[in-house]
Ligand binder design. Structure first.
Ligand code: AP5
Ligand code: MG
Length: 191
């Protein structure tokens, strides 16, 4: 199985590139942000609880997203591989993912880290906020909270994956096609 993590701060292009990657390599896209927004749209209890945190730019509890991912892995047994987008976001989530994938004997092959500066992230997110309808895209102070959560809780994961020899960095400020080319080159080395 070709399993990979798309890693990077809010607005770095994870969702954009995940779509390109699943189309090229016939994989399944698993975005915890998209799953949570689907829960919000369906007005479930989980969605309502998550929305209160997401609208402030804070992470939702580990147990919630780990449970959602477990469910999706069980529901996609025929998949050729998964592109994890926005998950894992804490060391606890990464350990849970490793354990789940070990049970399927299908470890993460590569962690693709997209490096984008804070000014560009903020510009992209506020620009998308004009049309996305996402409350967390519309206010610069919420964007700052999202970036702070990333720096405090998610960035330390880079060391976790570097220690496993899986972390590959690409420049995320280039045009979408160029970034995709750089990501594809890394994927081709492990596939
Ligand atoms: P989530 O939905 O995962 O959002 P995010 O990671 O904060 O960031 P985005 O999805 O906005 O950015 P992206 O990297 O996907 O970039 P995109 O391709 O969209 O999470 C939302 C919230 O859910 C979290 O804050 C948290 O509360 C909760 N959550 C989710 N997962 C969780 C977890 N595992 N644990 C706990 N809580 C969790 O691109 C952004 C914009 O830039 C787009 O407009 C795009 O067109 C543009 N763009 C992309 N690439 C380029 C480029 N190369 N050049 C120019 N523009 C570009
Ligand atoms: Mg996204």
């Amino acid at each position: 199985m070709l399993n990979m993590v798309l890693f990077g701060p809010p607005g770095s292009g994870k969702g954009t590139q995940a779509e390109n990657i699943i189309a090229k390599y016939s994989l399944v896209h698993l975005s915890t942000g998209d799953m949570l927004r689907a829960e919000i749209s369906a007005k479930t209890e989980l969605g309502l609880e998550a929305k209160a945190l997401m609208d402030k730019g804070q992470l939702v509890p580990d147990e919630v997203v780990i449970g959602m991912i477990e469910h999706k892995l069980d529901g996609n047994k025929e998949a050729k591989g998964f592109v994890f987008d926005g998950f894992p976001r804490t060391v606890k989530q990464a350990e849970a993912l490793d354990a789940l994938l070990e049970a399927h004997n299908a470890p993460i092959k590569v962690v693709l880290s997209m490096v984008v500066g804070e000014e560009e992230l903020t510009r992209r997110i506020l620009n998308r906020g004009k049309t996305s309808g996402r409350a967390d895209d519309q206010d610069e102070s919420i964007v700052k909270n999202r970036v702070a959560e990333y720096r405090n809780k998610t960035e330390p994961l880079a060391r976790y994956y570097a220690a496993q020899g899986k972390l590959k960095e690409v420049k995320g400020e280039a045009p979408v096609d160029e970034v995709f080319g750089a990501l594809s080159a890394e994927i081709d080395l492990v596939k």
